[in-house]
Design a protein around this ligand. Sequence first.
Ligand SMILES: NC(=O)c1ccc[n+]([C@@H]2O[C@H](COP(=O)([O-])OP(=O)(O)OC[C@H]3O[C@@H](n4cnc5c(N)ncnc54)[C@H](OP(=O)(O)O)[C@@H]3O)[C@@H](O)[C@H]2O)c1
Length: 266
Amino acid sequence: MARAHEAEGLTALVTGASAGIGVDLAECFAKDGYNVILAARTESALREVAERLAKTYKISATPIAADLGAIGGGTKLAEEIKKRGLSVDVVVNNAGYGQAGAFNGSDAAVQLGMIDLNDRALVELTHIYWPTMLANKRGGVLNVASTAAFLPGPLMAIYFASKAFVLSFSEALWEEARDTGVKVSCLCPGPTVSKFRERAGTGATRISRLGTPMPSMSVARMGYVAWQNNKRVKITGLRNRVMATLAPFLPRATLLGMVRNMQSPI
Ligand SMILES: NC(=O)c1ccc[n+]([C@@H]2O[C@H](COP(=O)([O-])OP(=O)(O)OC[C@H]3O[C@@H](n4cnc5c(N)ncnc54)[C@H](OP(=O)(O)O)[C@@H]3O)[C@@H](O)[C@H]2O)c1
């Protein structure tokens, strides 16, 4: 990737930048000359990523520990960013988690926490920085959804619904930002190598046996390039694109049965 002059002096805030896709998204921005602010809960991991990116790409990288699943977590993070005299031009809403299993008997705090992180914090951060982006006519938002956004997800219902929200919200913002100079993209990865599976418990479901997960850097690069080009939605991988394209044409009950089958324990 060539270093882009348009990035000089601009800052990208990347959430979930302590592991997985978020680390690689931060690297894509840093490589192109963006300064980065890295947010997640694990401060030690953030510090390591920040040191590596700053040294390798000669940019400023600031780690800030933040629990974005806590109500008001986005506002608290923005206050900390302001206190440090930093500004934000691009918001990369990547932090998120899933939880496999039936809705019945699930832990309410885990289910609601998913909405708080995957949706609420994403909206909160976008809402905080959106007016400045529009006023400056630059920067934008890169939201990380999932191929789950295109389907209802029996046996992982809240995660699928939370990602459908991200996709719908992102596409609407893309339209609202038309001709403003502000870019909006929604990255929709399929299975990707990261810590996601460990936390979600999807390693023990049938879908985990279908194909090989993509490397997180390939996924991040696709998302970054899509954002640079203001591409509304980027689905990673041919099989995932075919699935997302065909899903709306299948009878809904058939589709629900297929997803339930894939999400079932092995
Ligand atoms: N991997 C996949 O197969 C896949 C597929 C489709 C979509 N996605 C989406 O991709 C995004 C990134 O996930 P990943 O695959 O890279 O998973 P991951 O390796 O588990 O990384 C998740 C990141 O989110 C952060 N995070 C989790 N809870 C947080 C909280 N309460 N506050 C702040 N940060 C928090 C984690 O850091 P801390 O634990 O340090 O807080 C970590 O940096 C998610 O939105 C996920 O839904 C993943």
